[in-house]
Write a protein that binds this ligand. Structure first.
Ligand SMILES: CC(C)(COP(=O)(O)OP(=O)(O)OC[C@H]1O[C@@H](n2cnc3c(N)ncnc32)[C@H](O)[C@@H]1OP(=O)(O)O)[C@@H](O)C(=O)NCCC(=O)NCCS
Length: 432
């Protein structure tokens, strides 16, 4: 059995850049039939962004648009509106992530689409919740990170590097796409019961804030008691009335830090992350593995609360343990003893780890032509009875004729759409 979960689900994908396309790519990988609408002549903004070769789509585009069909369509022309209307009448899900107000201006708001096809689920991504005072802002990744508590709580809390810092993870972009996917799948289940599609509004702010939940936990605690025991600032530093940046301290109550290993001076990723759990038994295992048995009877260290008050001494001593070993040696020693530990891995180390090519974690897609094979991150979960087949990305407008025929247009009509600017750019002379 390899039945695709979304087999038979038709998606009209009016998204571009990263947030929306990451959602619709996942839908495609789960078996949905995804038609990506792209502006004739230009297409998705990422096609030509950060290119490795001027003749090839960028890896940015390739990693977000595999297994979709591309329909070149100017939805602002009368024919374009007619085509989009027909597509909407036949689809299960319509997704868009244009700037606030743009889809209404094009004439395809939720209300209009719902009237055209009451069964259609309408997914939309914007920067902020509708109620937000920032609701009209255009949004890219950093906009989400700086406004949802990610940047203000990430980075160093003192010294010249004490600046709001972005995560390398796409908390505002792909994370929003994954959140919207959850909403769309919930809406599909709901439609089974009601027979009607609903409006799924997903903001980048909501998606990022959802992952910053623990920072709101910290704010609540800070408001109550004025300090945060798990933070490096405790017990000697000062707390303000907001959650500060906490360097590499683990986000929960366990004590964790990043330690330099043997080759740190030449290898910027020869570091290891070591966690001391709060339980007495776990702490004992760690002390034995580290050779710090004296801590077991020392009241400055032998309870979790005491350790919170003496973090600096703990960090200094574990640092000494790590500095003459590689990250893999430290990982090996401590993991065997049951201590939570992991090496800091570079992107190169991750992408050359053959054990990750398991069919989903990292996948190789053969795009053909000058691009050849490229690697991407696959479906981020594994279903026991379904294996996605990862296919190439479409060329801009590569499926235009096929899609138009499937919704009933004749060859003559299709030819006229290409001439009147609906599915291909107007020739320069005619455009004057
Ligand atoms: C990403 C973003 C900042 C880009 O803004 P932008 O440069 O104005 O580009 P957009 O794609 O939104 O729209 C530009 C115009 O192209 C038009 N357009 C786009 N595709 C079209 C098509 N196929 N046919 C006709 N018009 C089209 C839009 O209607 C819009 O027209 P308008 O400015 O006259 O209203 C903005 O889309 C946004 O904030 N999106 C919501 C949040 C989001 O998803 N961000 C991306 C994170 S990866």
């Amino acid at each position: 059995m390899n039945t695709a979960p979304l087999q038979g689900i038709k998606v009209v994908d009016f998204t571009n850049v990263q947030s929306g396309p990451s959602c619709t790519q996942l839908l495609a990988w789960l078996g949905a039939d995804v038609v990506k609408i792209e502006r004739p002549g230009t297409g998705d903004a990422t096609r030509n962004e950060i290119q490795f070769d001027p003749d090839c789509p960028s890896y940015y585009f390739l990693q977000l648009n595999s297994d979709k069909k591309s329909l070149a369509l100017d939805a602002a022309t009368p024919d374009g509106k007619d085509i989009l209307t027909r597509l909407i009448k036949e689809c299960d899900i319509f997704v868009e992530n244009l700037h606030p107000g743009a889809m209404d201006k094009l004439g395809f708001s939720w209300e209009v689409v719902h009237k055209l096809n009451p069964k259609c689920i309408y997914g939309t991504i914007k920067g902020f919740p509708i109620s937000s005072k920032y609701a009209n802002l255009k949004a890219y990744e950093p906009v989400a990170q700086v406004t949802a508590g990610a940047a203000s709580t990430t980075g160093w809390w003192e010294g010249p590097d004490n600046v709001p810092t972005q995560s390398g993870a796409a908390l505002g972009d792909s994370n929003t796409g994954m959140h919207l996917t959850i909403g769309l799948l919930a809406a599909l289940c709901q439609r089974e019961k009601t027979g009607e599609g609903c409006y799924v509004y997903q903001s980048m702010h909501n998606a990022c804030l959802n992952l910053c939940r623990i920072k709101t936990r910290d704010q609540l605690t800070l408001d109550r008691i004025g300090y945060l025991t798990q933070f490096p600032q405790y017990p000697d530093g000062k707390f303000g009335d907001f959650v500060p940046r906490s360097g590499n301290q683990e986000g929960s109550g366990v004590l964790g830090w990043t330690y330099k290993c043997k080759n740190w001076a030449t290898d910027p990723n020869d570091y290891v992350y070591v966690i001391l759990q709060r339980g007495a038994k776990d702490f004992e295992l760690a002390c034995k593995a580290l050779g710090f048995e004296d801590w077991l009877t020392n009241p400055d260290f032998n309870t979790a609360d005491a350790r919170d008050r003496h973090k600096q001494q703990i960090w200094d001593r574990i640092q000494k343990f790590c500095i003459d070993k590689t990250k893999h040696e430290v990982t090996d020693i401590l993991s065997k003893a049951g201590v939570p530990v992991a090496p800091v891995l570079s992107t190169k180390e991750i992408m050359t780890d053959q054990s990750l090519y398991d069919g989903n974690t990292l996948v190789k897609i053969n795009q053909g032509g000058k691009v050849g094979e490229f690697v991407t991150v696959g479906v981020p979960f594994t279903l026991s009875n379904f294996q996605p087949a990862y296919g190439p990305c479409p060329t801009l407008g590569g499926n235009t004729d096929e899609v138009l025929k499937s919704i009933g247009y004749t060859d003559e009509q299709i030819a006229s759409f290409a001439k009147n600017g609906t599915t291909a750019p107007m020739p320069k002379t005619a455009a004057k």
